[in-house]
Design a protein around this ligand. Structure first.
Ligand code: WT7
Length: 644
């Protein structure tokens, strides 16, 4: 099949970068005149109804007075970039390629079919009363209808917030309440590795005490018998199947919110990160095409979940904006066995594969045979995301999975950055195993001392970004003050990522991990405060502190220190049952140690540094503990260390 040459293949700010020299030239151009660079990129990548004439308005120094904006006078609906504009040249091309829980159970939706489904769903949601600016919570598994629902909300100018299907009823309720959702979209059950996930039943529990929710739209996936409240609940097939497949997209200004995505911070409740329409789409599309060296006939497989930002940017918005074929994978890498990914690569002809280091380490441990028995000759680019990758896993990925032929891109970014920020560009950047390499053109990264001073040349410091970029989060949902305090108070006038980082003599970046109290367990970001709140809600526990420790597969494991009241023993299973109901199935403590007290300063602050050292098995390197209110607890903590 012959397609038109896509607009982004023309020479300009969005021309593919194929050498380090070209990378440097592009990065310099973007840094010298960010507005000109990004305006050029957005005009090539986004189907604007009204083309923007302005780039950035506002800056990091003035962020406290309100969110900054990109392309403010532009108008669009993001689904026109993702769907309508492809109908002519790519109408019959597969947009979504779905692989269900069972191997070989596939569904293909062409751009034409996806467009029709999104229009129908938008009409159905509008009939249920969902309006521009209102919020819809999606609590779904990996079915095409999850992407359809996201796009249908966007088509109406409504704001979606996807909650990962592993979250508990309490976590879901907290998110529904925080954003004041009018509609919840879910499915009867999800499927993962042969297990059924009771999405509707959990939604039912979550809805107790959520008066804002008028309707629950339920997609029937497994056909299980589920609770159903007449009047409030509506079956997807009753209202979507019969709806009209034409729908006029609601045109919104560039800065209209597209979605809210909750993510864990170091303190308090999850933060509702807000991304807006024009800038986010520009960035998702630009990074997807640039980093992975996207070509028209690629089969792009990002095996994340749509409940995380990776799924938003690189399953849905980036690939669809670029007219690509994007995989949605419902299952897990080890079902029915550890060869699932590679068998799927062979069967579906996947050309670009994107996963997390945790999955690579887990599969590497199962032996090469699971990989080598499948034909992987279709693969061209391999990506990783979510956590630092150790060189051993990187090399195994390149040599065993990729047969040494594929480019490997270790992509560093965050929910807040909207898309990849530091990463090799597949055809251009010489890789080093374990390094995310260089900032993409348009990203001005810096390393800083705790006092905020810029560090030059080879250095170790706090990773910051010095200039705004279109894909960045604009604010936290109804809490701009917290947005400023979280990201812009560490170093005034600069975005602070929360990560520590080293830069080598070639200017390559090596992310060393979070420097705040955020954990990264198996590529999932989790707040220590959320775990601690769950634990202290238990009668048996007076106080709790959570830290991470190195874990060979998951990157970080979760280590709990608990101070008991009344009892003298506690069972890990009981702790995890509580974490599961209060946070979700993915929140698991690996080790627990009962301590007589937590190490606190005289002003009552828990000294996590001590707890981290002991959990890492480095209790002998504690240094000065004389500022503690009760230095004797340290000996007890060291003595009770729960190691292997
Ligand atoms: C945190 C962001 C980005 C989508 C998935 C996670 C860590 C992410 C890398 C990488 C080292 C990485 C950082 C970051 N991280 N990618 N390639 N190398 N660390 O998004 O849940 O917002 O977590 O994940 O610590 O701050 P997120």
């Amino acid at each position: 099949m012959i397609y038109q040459v896509p607009a982004h293949a023309r020479e300009g700010a969005a021309t593919p970068i194929t050498s380090l020299e070209r990378y440097r030239e592009r990065a310099a151009r973007a840094a010298n005149d960010p507005d000109a660079f990004w305006l050029e990129v957005t005009k090539q990548r986004v189907a604007w109804r009204k083309s923007p004439s302005v780039g950035l308005e506002g800056d990091f120094h003035g962020i406290a007075s309100g969110p900054l904006s990109w392309f403010a006078d532009g108008e669009l609906n993001v689904t026109e970039s993702c769907l309508d504009r492809h109908l002519e040249a790519r109408g019959d091309k597969t947009a979504i390629l779905w692989e269900g829980d069972e191997p070989g159970q596939t569904r293909r939706l062409s751009y034409r079919e996806l467009h029709a489904e999104v229009c129908k769903t938008a009409n159905a949601l509008a009939a249920l009363g969902l309006q521009r600016g209102e919020r819809a919570i999606l609590y779904m598994g990996m079915v095409p209808e999850a992407a359809i629902a996201m796009l249908a909300c966007a088509r109406l100018g409504a704001i979606h917030s996807v909650v990962f299907g592993g979250f508990s009823a309490e976590a879901l309720r907290e998110r529904i309440r925080d954003c004041g959702a009018e509609i919840v979209i879910t499915q009867d059950e999800g499927l993962r590795g042969g297990k059924r996930i009771p999405l509707k039943a959990t939604t039912e529990q979550a809805l107790e005490g959520c008066p804002s929710v008028r309707h629950v739209l339920v997609y029937k996936h497994t056909g299980a018998d589920v609770p159903f409240v007449e009047g409030r609940d509506v079956w997807w097939h009753d209202v979507v199947d019969s709806a009209s497949s034409s729908h006029e997209a609601v045109i919104v200004p560039a800065e209209h919110p597209l979605f809210i995505l909750y993510t864990s911070g170091s303190t308090g409740h999850p933060k509702g990160v807000v991304h807006t329409s024009g800038g986010y789409l520009t960035y998702a599309s630009y990074t997807h095409a640039t980093v992975f060296d996207l070509r028209e006939d690629d089969v792009f497989a990002c095996v994340a979940d749509v409940g995380w930002i990776t799924g938003h940017s690189y399953i849905v918005y980036g690939p669809l904006a670029n007219g690509a074929t994007t995989l949605m994978f419902e299952s897990v890498p080890t079902y029915p066995d550890a060869g699932r990914y590679w068998e799927m690569v062979e069967r579906l002809g996947i050309t670009i594969f994107y996963t997390a280091p945790t999955a690579i380490r887990a599969l590497q441990a199962q032996g090469d045979e699971f990989v080598t028995r499948a034909d992987r000759s279709s693969l061209r680019v391999l990506g990783t995301v979510g956590e630092p990758i150790n060189p051993e896993a990187w090399i195994w990925y390149r040599d065993v999975v990729g047969e040494g032929r594929c480019a490997v891109v270790d992509t560093w970014w965050q929910t807040e950055t909207g898309g990849i920020a530091i990463s090799p560009i597949a055809p251009a950047t010489p890789a080093k195993p374990g390094s995310a390499t260089l900032p993409l053109p348009g990203i001005q990264a810096s390393l800083r001392s705790p006092e905020g001073h810029a560090l030059f040349g080879p250095a170790r410091g706090l990773l910051c970004i010095d200039h705004p970029w279109p894909g960045q989060a604009r604010t936290l949902w109804r809490d701009h003050e917290r947005f400023v305090a979280t990201y812009f108070s560490m170093v005034e006038g600069h975005y602070f990522t929360g990560d520590g980082c080293r830069r080598d003599e070639d200017g390559y970046y090596w992310i060393t991990g979070r420097v705040d109290d955020v954990l990264n367990v198996a590529g999932h970001r989790m707040g220590t405060a959320e775990f601690e709140a769950a634990l202290v809600s238990m009668d048996a526990i007076a106080e709790a502190a959570i830290v991470g420790y190195p874990h060979t597969i998951k990157g970080q494991g979760v280590y709990a220190y608990v101070v008991l009241q009344g009892e003298d023993e506690i069972d890990l299973t009981a702790l995890n049952a509580t974490c599961r109901t209060q946070i979700g199935a993915h929140a698991r403590i690996d080790r627990v140690q009962v301590v007589p007290g937590l190490p606190k300063t005289r002003s009552g602050k828990v000294m996590r540094r001590i707890l981290r050292k002991v959990a890492e098995g480095r209790g002998d390197e504690l240094g000065d503990v004389s500022t503690l209110a009760d230095p004797s607890v340290v000996e007890a903590i060291k003595g009770g260390f729960e190691g292997d």
